[in-house]
Design a protein around this ligand. Structure first.
Ligand SMILES: NCc1[nH]cc(CCC(=O)O)c1CC(=O)O
Length: 285
């Protein structure tokens, strides 16, 4: 998309390994946020690269000094999907089937839909996780539609999971193109691929994280949609130990330029979640 809007620019891809790629520790136990982004941001600040493309859901929710999200391109599909042996849908998996996920949010959703299944940690990139299902090491795994789409493996999907039971992570499926704040010329070029609706909806979703003071171990999902002039935000806090959950939905009349209203909506939803029982059970308050 960037080559199309800026044919005069030369793009050189630089692959940078991050702690998140290397570590085998579940992300939910990471001590610092941003295991996928710290190494990248160091190279951007040092001028070794001029632009980063992040999965938005890997980004800590607070802005980073000296850097800006120059573009948030249009999000396609934010949902979670099931990859399973014999392509069975979730409801047809045999009782006791072994489901691989290291995500507290997905664990809570699985236990809620199918308390008879066994959830165990799984790590590795998307290819590795799919291979672990195909080899029979796991009966199924839950992953992001977007992760499979980016490596051309949508045909692995057994079932698209409804956001009613499997609310996605805040920002899931969206990308963020990050540059140094002083790169004004680059900002002008890159911002042409910004999608203001995606920016608005993902801002509302990520503000829930800010309001909760959430960490990688918080089972929090959030999904916002713009329906006409209404921004609708649903967020869900789960308890991965029991599958208990609390859901809050709010809406606000908005035009897509009103980013601050989207932030306020996220903070308001977070406040409501914080006053509930699940927030106490999982130690958020
Ligand atoms: N958890 C790691 C991660 N970070 C981003 C994606 C891909 C989806 C996206 O970019 O939103 C994934 C894989 C997954 O959740 O299955």
């Amino acid at each position: 998309a960037l080559v199309a809007v800026a044919p005069e620019l030369q793009f050189e891809e630089v692959l940078i390994q991050t702690e998140g790629d290397r570590t085998t520790t579940p992300l939910s136990q990471a001590k610092t946020p941003g295991v996928f982004v710290s190494a990248l941001r160091e190279k951007l600040l040092a001028g070794e690269v001029d632009m980063l493309v992040h999965s938005m859901k890997d980004l800590p929710a607070l802005p980073f000094p000296g850097l800006v999200s120059a573009a948030i391109p249009k999000r396609e599909n934010p949902l979670d999907v099931l990859v399973s042996r014999d392509n069975l849908p979730l409801r047809l998996l045999p009782s006791g089937a072994k489901i691989g996920t290291s995500s507290p949010r997905r664990t809570a959703s699985i236990l809620r839909s199918r308390p008879d299944l066994q959830v165990t940690d799984i790590r590795g990139n998307v290819d590795t996780r799919v291979a672990k299902v195909r080899s029979g090491e796991y009966d199924a795994t839950v992953m992001a539609w977007a992760g499979l789409a980016r490596i051309g493996r949508l045909s692995e999907i057994a079932e698209e999971l409804s956001p009613v039971m499997f609310i996605p992570a805040p920002g899931q499926g969206a990308l963020a193109v990050e540059i140094r704040s002083e790169s004004a010329e680059l900002l002008g070029l890159i911002s042409t691929i910004d999608d203001e609706v995606t920016r608005l909806t993902t801002t509302a979703e990520r503000s829930v994280l800010v309001g909760l003071g959430a960490s990688c171990s918080t089972a929090i999902g959030a999904l916002a949609t713009l329906e006409g002039e209404q921004l609708l935000l649903t967020a869900e806090l789960g308890d991965p130990a029991t599958g208990a959950y609390e859901s809050v939905s709010e809406r606000v009349k908005i035009n897509p330029k009103q980013i601050q209203l989207a932030e306020q909506l996220g903070l308001s939803v977070a406040d409501k979640l914080l006053s509930g029982d699940v927030a106490r059970k999982v130690g958020l308050i």
